[in-house]
Design a protein around this ligand. Structure first.
Ligand SMILES: Nc1nc2c(ncn2[C@@H]2O[C@H](COP(=O)(O)OP(=O)(O)OP(=O)(O)O)[C@@H](O)[C@H]2O)c(=O)[nH]1
Ligand SMILES: [Mg+2]
Length: 335
């Protein structure tokens, strides 16, 4: 999954990017390791030589502006979710910044949609093009009402028909409010206004403390946590963002384990075990026979795979089994 950071100039995008990646990174792309205590626990129990965490790719996209729209949109093509940084440390009226970012989003999508509609109408195509036109018109109505497409109630088939277009608001959006390190109380009101605005649009938001959190990057994790606690700052940007991304993209985590490696992977919820197998290795999908599955909670209660099998919580499942969050999966395959 690829996550793009956007926002107004100087809103703290790069600061947030660095805090999320836990390093003073020079480029604008980096890997974000998703912490999950379950992975460590499983790895320890199986004495795995290697522990592999799931990761998101983060991209600091900079400002998406009118001046080089084509290039900006090309960069957004494969983004799965956007995080919009909003400056509440300096700006008097951060809500209007966020509103204007959202308006830019909507206008960009409207332009893409209208261009596409004009093209289809000009070519007088039938069949799929007619279906697409219906979806485009639905999108146009939604956008004209100020709705983000991601909230416009499009079905999977409708989304498929327009999947070739770069529509920013079709992707989930999380708002990250860069709260201030100074005059915290005085700034509380404008942060609350922002949070209220996000609620009214049904957009998830979190607070972070860009300046302080980035200054603490040089310290060890435990030291950092101690410092933040002493400063009365309750922010765990990495954990909070990770949870929200899982929620908005509707992801779950499953595990594979053995003496060689314990690995955590994320998966769209509702997918079956054969799709999970494909995420580990294409051979596993191709030659899938069956899977042995035990959920993390049951496994921990049982204490071992042997016990889990005895107690009947480890089950043999076929390819259509729908994976649950926390499943430990052993795929039997033959190629
Ligand atoms: N006081 C204060 N300054 C901050 C905070 N977060 C970021 N800054 C400062 O604001 C400036 C802009 O931060 P960046 O993270 O570079 O912002 P950006 O959105 O990446 O900026 P552009 O890429 O130029 O659009 C830098 O000088 C930061 O040190 C904060 O929470 N408090
Ligand atoms: Mg920047």
């Amino acid at each position: 999954m690829k996550i793009g950071i956007i926002g107004h100039p100087q809103s703290g995008k790069t600061t947030m990017f660095k805090v999320l990646l836990q390093q003073d990174i020079s480029g604008n792309i980096g890997m974000f390791r998703i912490e999950d205590f379950r992975i460590e626990k499983i790895s320890k129990i199986f004495s795995s030589k290697k522990t592999t965490y799931p990761e998101f790719t983060f991209v600091d996209l900079g400002v998406i502006s009118g001046f080089d729209k084509k290039r900006d949109l090309d960069n957004c093509q494969d983004i799965d979710l956007f995080i919009c940084a909003v400056d509440a440390f300096f700006k008097e009226d951060p809500k209007s910044d966020l509103e204007s970012s959202i308006t830019d989003y909507i206008l960009s999508d409207l332009e893409v949609i209208q261009t596409r509609i004009a093209r289809i109408q000009k070519e007088h195509k039938k069949g799929d093009a007619e279906q697409e036109l219906k979806v485009l018109e639905k999108c146009q109505r939604g956008l004209s009402d100020g709705k983000l497409l991601w909230k416009a109630g499009l079905g999977p088939n409708e989304e498929k028909l327009i999947s070739g277009l770069v529509l920013l608001s079709l992707k989930p959006l999380i708002v990250a409010i860069n709260a201030s390190d100074q005059d915290v109380e005085a700034k509380e009101a404008k942060i609350k206004t922002l949070e209220e605005y996000c609620r009214s649009r049904d957009i998830c938001c979190i607070r972070f403390f860009g300046k302080i959190e980035s200054e603490l990057l040089e310290l060890e994790l435990e030291e950092r946590k101690k410092f933040l606690k002493e400063m009365n700052i309750e922010s765990n940007l990495r954990e909070d963002i990770s949870k929200l991304i899982f929620k908005e993209l509707d992801l779950i985590t499953f595990f594979t384990t053995g003496a060689k490696e314990t690995r955590g992977c994320y998966l769209k919820s509702g997918l079956s075990v054969i799709e999970a197998a494909g995420k580990i290795h294409s051979d596993m999908k191709r030659g899938f026979i069956r899977a042995e599955v035990v959920n993390f909670e049951d496994f921990i209660k049982s204490g071992s795979i042997h016990k889990a099998r005895e107690e009947g919580v480890l089950k043999v499942e076929g390819k259509s089994y729908v994976v649950r969050d926390g499943d430990i999966i052993n795929v039997r395959f033959n190629v």
